[in-house]
Design a protein around this ligand. Sequence first.
Ligand code: HEM
Length: 625
Amino acid sequence: MMLDVDAVKGLDIAEVKADLKKVFVSSQDFWPADFGHYGPLMVRLAWHCAGSFRSSDGRGGCDGARIRWLPAYFDPERSWADNTNLDKARSLLWPIKLKYGKALTWGDLIVLAGTTAIEDMGGPVLGVCLGRIDDADGSASSALGPTPLQEMVAPCEADGDCKDPLGPSTMSLIYVNPEGPLANPVPELSAPQIRDTFARMAMNDAETVALVGGGHAFGKVHGACPTGPGPAPKDQPSDPWPGTCGAGPMKGKGPNTFTSGFEGPWTTNPIAWDNEYFKNLIEYDWEKHKGPGDHWQWRPVPKPGDNDPPAPIMMLTADVALIKDAEYLKWVTLYAENQTALDEAFSQAWYKLMSRDMGPHSRCLGSQLPPSQPFQAPLPPPSKPLPDFAKCAASFRQTDYSGGCNGARIRLAPQKDWPSNKGMDGVLNVLLPIKDKYPTLSVADLIVLAGNAALEDAGARKLKFCGGRSDAPADEAPLPFVPPRQFDDKIIEVRDNWAVKGLSPRDGVALAGRPRSPSQQMRLGYSGSWTSASNKFDNLYFKVLLNEEWDNKTSSAGLDEFRAVGKADVWMTPRDLAIRWDPEFQAIAQEFAADNTAFRNAFAAAWTRFMNADRFNGPTGSECP
Ligand code: HEM
């Protein structure tokens, strides 16, 4: 869907917040508010919307708002077990969505609701980044599972111990099983899973502890009886999770709610911000017991000599884990002793959690926007005036708007050491003397310009160049950029890589037809290329790919490759052959093989779009036409 930038810019955020605050304290009969305040429910909604983000491939996050519930094609996220009863939170927000229309996308509304709730309950807030673009359906989360696509691209061998690239340890949950690994209530076993899965979300220990304990300063867990919440939206879309506890008009709601199957609050005032969660963790001994929802949870042990019973509070196994791990315990102790340290850590980590999938700061809109944060990989402003006037771009991911040529990080670790970038240092060495002639020319612009010039020289259509990239400082702390994933099945690999880059099949097939010199292919570890005339740009690639027969070989560097039968020096990679094997890609390749003009046009469009995909001076993407 399109973002109406002017409408978002015109949004009166203060007015939306005032409306939200009224909704928070107006308890509705269809879903009565715990403690008279919907704030905790909204914090959970925003956390579950944003917390699906994973740094492995940039998928997930609240940009896209794929946690929405109707219509049916918002699966899988809307039916995740961890999202039980969040349909009620979205129903509460519906009048506000209706009032502000396209100025407030669902993604922005959910993030603003969670953030305003924290503020309304007295919590610290850094600000808010708006500008999320709602997806038209939930398909961009298919790879997160559980779906047939996820089983193909990222199978989880043992549910409860799912590995990277998946975000959580358990399918359908946001990160870990609260009861302990595979419902085994051993906090010591839960801690490593929390560390592993929060790292997949790009969070360190200090951030993780601040987020879990800061989040659980609010609200309660719900598990009034053992019989569960009832069918999820995918099974009963008209009345999801109706609830099974209790009877009569309050069946399944209020005190009869079943969401996760645990029961009780973490603190004595669950609608007020403070560090009581951390104090409770440290001050009490905790013992496990089965709650009314028949799940293991933890209660405080009465203190010796204390006549009063302990406060009616509880902890989950995943909470107690934070004091059973030496590193986590340090942070719990700090936050228990120092409210200001918690305020700072929580407000920053919450903002990162909400905004990590938004990419560069320039995509953010709104009058309550904080300055660029380290996780947004800020670049210095481009040099002015610009001089008169791609492999580098291949690291771009549309899923979280990271990577790309802008910043010229291809010359820095870790990108310069990716196997797919072998030989690039040599190319850069050839180019850099040109830069010396034009001191204001950035390396990033130079690389794109050189790519354009080489392609045009070889005979490509005139390629539009749009300058203004800048270079990341050479001493920048290495960013956690990862190379594209590899799969045994090359059709899956090509599809997944193109999807992450935001390339359509037509774009991807067209770009595959670029000339590739035998020497560059050899530097990458292959035996050669499909052409020796790498300075000629036409549709030969598609003719060779479709007309030759191919023998599977292994290069001297150990790479899988294909040689044209009967031809000693005509080589393709498995990713090329995937274009021939996949019926959709093959049809596009056939069109290009038959029509050189169609190929040249498609290539010029895809190349220009891709080269500029990482250029943001505004929320919707490239500043270049
Ligand atoms: C509620 C688990 C991290 C905020 C819950 C519930 C569970 C849970 C089981 C109960 C849901 C229900 O029955 O209503 C976990 C686990 C975490 C985690 C295992 C990570 C190890 C977080 C984080 C935040 C957060 C990072 C926010 C920063 C909340 C809030 C509620 C909640 C506000 C209360 C919702 C309400 O009162 O309706 N969490 N959580 N949680 N969680 Fe977490």
